[in-house]
Design a protein around this ligand. Structure first.
Ligand code: NDP
Length: 333
């Protein structure tokens, strides 16, 4: 497959230009372009340039406000809400982040909800900067129904990812970010695009029969990871990123959505904690390192996020390779 090599800056510029041509103002386009470029940089191709046509479709259909002006409000001393103004999530996250960090450093623990946003990205991107500021952080977001509740037959939950970050003093934070489906839908789309078959147990076709064909799973539904356990996590995400914060559940998001291929309106829930204020300011970092040391002492084990960090080093040195087909699609936008 022919590849085109781009720098991270070139990926961001391509994305920004496309978004501005379809109605985003500079701030909104730059925030989304940054998220796309960082995804490509870290080898997270399912949430990089592949998503640009969806972002553009959502602008073209008028579903998303490309000139959104997100606003942060304090609901309680340790509770913030970002009103997303119907825009894509990245600008709302960017505007809310410093407020969340500042409040958490005073209160020890703080939550931030984001409402009236359209989220189409990987969650590590919003967790990592908060962990880099020295805080533990968690985030979760729902989408449209794609995952069957354990024992059921019909998609009800979104792929509902949840991410967690732990700060380290002399190393990049440890961040895991995982869908509550066995595999994120973006990964299934990528497999379909690349003509690959899926491992067993990822999903079912429209009739509910197990299949390894990604196209059939996209017409059918995904299964939750770990059976009923992942199913409960998906349920928790619906409650936190929907019911708790006054935003839509995945089923409600689907009813409202115009199916233009872009992200539906929804919400996001974030939690941050300052480990220096939990009573062991001198010990937490060392104890965390002890755990990581014990984990890595076992052969064949790595920390979550390490693959992304390796990909990042590689892209920063040698640029990013994207397929000619993907590149031509983006130029056409
Ligand atoms: P993966 O299953 O690929 O990875 C999940 C996590 O596990 C990552 O943090 C990964 O780290 C880690 N990991 C993988 N293999 C190992 C290993 N052998 N040892 C230790 N850790 C490991 O991700 P998913 O398919 O579940 O999700 C992909 C992305 O899709 C996520 O970023 C998620 O946020 C996004 N998503 C977004 C949605 C949205 O609506 N916005 C919906 C659903 C998903 P590493 O990166 O280092 O491999």
């Amino acid at each position: 497959m022919e590849k085109v090599q781009l720098t991270i800056g070139e990926v961001a510029a391509l994305a920004q230009d496309s978004l501005e041509r379809h109605g985003c103002d500079n701030d909104n386009a730059a925030a989304v372009a940054n998220v796309i470029a960082r995804a490509e940089r870290d080898g997270c191709h399912s949430h990089g340039l592949m998503r640009l046509p969806g972002y553009v479709a959502a602008l073209d259909s008028g579903k998303v406000n490309g000139k959104a002006r997100p606003e942060v409000e304090a609901l309680a001393p340790a509770l913030l809400r970002v009103q997303g103004d119907g825009g894509f999530a990245p600008l709302a996250l960017q505007i809310g982040r410093d407020h969340l960090i500042e409040v958490t450093q005073k209160t020890g623990i703080a939550a931030m909800s984001l409402v009236n946003i359209h989220h189409f990205a990987a969650l590590w991107g919003e967790i990592e900067p908060i962990a880099e500021a020295g805080l533990c952080a968690m985030a979760c977001v729902s989408y449209k129904p794609a995952v069957i509740p354990a024992g059921g037959s019909k998609a009800l939950y979104g792929t509902n990812p949840m991410a967690f970050g732990w700060p380290r003093k002399n190393a990049p934070p440890v961040v895991f970010d995982q869908a509550s489906a066995v595999m994120a839908r973006g990964e299934v789309m990528l497999a379909a695009r690349e003509g690959k078959s899926l491992p067993d147990g990822v999903g079912v076709d429209a009739k509910g029969a197990a299949t390894n064909d990604p196209d059939e799973v996209l017409k059918g539904a995904l299964l939750a990871f770990g059976g009923y356990k992942g199913s409960s996590i998906a349920m928790m995400v619906e409650l936190l990123a929907g019911a708790l914060i006054g935003e839509s559940l995945s089923v409600e998001a689907a009813v409202r959505d115009n199916n233009d291929g872009g992200p539906p309106r929804g919400g996001e829930f974030m939690l941050a904690m300052d480990p220096n204020l939990f009573g062991d300011a001198d010990g937490w970092a060392e104890r965390g390192e002890k755990l990581f040391g014990e984990i890595l002492a076992q052969d064949g084990v790595r920390l979550p996020g390490d693959k992304r960090y390796l990909n990042r080093q590689e892209s920063e040195k040698n640029g990013i390779n994207i397929t000619r087909e993907n590149y031509d699609k983006i130029l056409a936008l």
